[in-house]
Design a protein around this ligand. Structure first.
Ligand code: NAI
Length: 385
């Protein structure tokens, strides 16, 4: 099948590489020639490194690069079996582009969007035949992160879903099917990793370095929340939080943080601006964590039970199967364990008691335990038996 990719930025370039490495002829279209040149040069560099490391042969590397056609003309999608769109995150622009693509691609071509935050239903609605639209959400960097969330809209046909899933499974990706709701699985369930860490800081319980230390050393996460937010960029991470908050009709569980807003406003965006929660300038002093085990354990447990509650609620609301929810967090954002398995391990009663205690202490809806958690504890159930 010929694969089309629209938008040659960070995500589009990664998706092109994945498709070409899996033997597809690929057309990459971007409006900007400079972006296309950059994308091509970047892939050449990546492939050279893979050849150097003996991960692919020179012939394979040449063949992969020869399969990609770079173009500024969307009419070049006229032979595609699927087009994956990875352009600017703007519903108006995406809708216009989808309607335009429908007039160019062959009959039956699947039109997929890599959107992180827009509803697939609203994008699909721009098509005359919305049954061909679907969400395919890759993670950055697309060639390295195994997870792809596949999101059928209410209009998507089973045939479109099956074909898309089969194709992307064939790319040796881990696919999970999720309901078309804000943040899909990963960007919904991960909210407390940032939000609760920021709240702990705002309450004066601990500083950034200590919270990061607790999550990595005690929790086993690859990166602490503040280091991770500095990687993602505080502007971007704040906007995602604000979008999810609004999309959930202002559910207090997803309330954004003033600390993050002020950091973004100050230009403390993270690594890309040289300073975020931490200072990345050369010679900057590294803050020292307070490695108090008891404090660290409290911080880790508070964030973990909030994450588990979010995962349980996502399962309760059928956003994905329990297997999908656990896989999403381990394969999309490298969590050390799936959150539902983790809940089994700790004991659902222990998780519920901790949440209930916070709910009573704060009197805030933010800490309300998922009804499913209460029900399962009452019935003595576990997630994976
Ligand atoms: P980017 O800014 O790196 O790339 C977007 C590209 O689209 C630019 O090269 C731009 O020239 C091109 N473009 C804009 N309008 C166009 C049009 N009408 N026709 C053709 N090309 C056009 O953006 P990035 O980060 O790659 O994101 C793309 C999409 O993927 C967004 O929807 C984003 O929400 C989503 N996404 C981003 C992730 C990330 O970590 N950056 C992760 C998963 C999804």
């Amino acid at each position: 099948m010929k694969v089309g990719v629209l938008g040659g930025g960070t995500m589009g370039s990664g998706i092109v590489q994945v498709a070409a490495q899996n033997g597809h002829d690929v057309v990459l279209v971007d409006l900007n020639q400079e972006v296309l040149d950059k994308s091509k040069a970047k892939l050449a560099k990546i492939m050279a490194r893979l050849v150097e490391k003996d991960r692919v042969s020179q012939e394979e590397s040449d063949a992969i690069q020869a399969r990609i056609h770079y173009s500024q003309d969307v009419n070049d999608f006229n032979q595609s079996g699927i087009v994956i769109e990875a352009i600017i995150e703007d519903l108006g622009v995406k809708s216009k582009v989808f309607a335009q693509l429908e007039g160019i691609v062959p009959k039956g071509c699947i039109l997929a969007s890599n959107t992180s935050s827009l509803s697939i239903a609203s994008i699909a609605a721009s098509l005359k035949n919305p049954s061909l639209a679907i969400g395919v959400h890759f993670f950055n960097p697309a060639p390295l992160m195994p997870l792809v969330e596949i999101i059928p809209a209410v209009q998507t046909s089973n045939e479109t879903l099956d074909k898309t899933k089969t194709l992307i499974d064939g790319w040796k990706k881990v696919t999970v099917i999720c309901k078309d709701t804000p943040g899909f699985i990963v960007n919904r369930v991960a909210r407390p990793f940032y939000g609760e860490a920021l709240r702990i800081y705002e309450e004066g319980v601990a500083d950034f370095a200590t919270i990061d230390w607790a999550m990595t050393s005690i929790g086993g996460f690859r990166m602490g929340p503040f280091t991770l937010m500095d990687y993602i960029g505080n502007d971007i991470n704040y906007t995602v939080t604000e979008t999810v908050f609004a999309a959930f009709y202002f559910d207090p569980r997803y309330k954004p943080s003033f600390t993050q807003k002020r950091h973004a406003e100050a230009g403390y965006l993270g690594r890309k601006s040289g300073r975020g929660y931490f200072d990345y300038e050369e010679g900057a002093e590294k803050p020292v964590a307070n490695e108090d085990q008891e404090l660290g354990k409290q911080i880790f447990e508070r964030i973990l039970v909030m994450l588990i509650n979010e995962a349980v609620d996502a399962y309760f609301l059928n956003i994905g199967t329990k297997e999908a929810i656990d896989l999403a967090m381990t394969k999309g954002v490298n969590y050390p364990k799936g959150l539902l398995s983790w809940a089994d391990e700790i004991g659902l009663d222990v998780v519920l008691n901790k949440l209930q205690a916070m709910y009573e202490e704060y009197g805030e809806d933010r800490y309300r335990p998922s009804p499913l958690l209460r029900r399962m504890v009452k019935n003595g159930e576990t997630f994976f038996g």
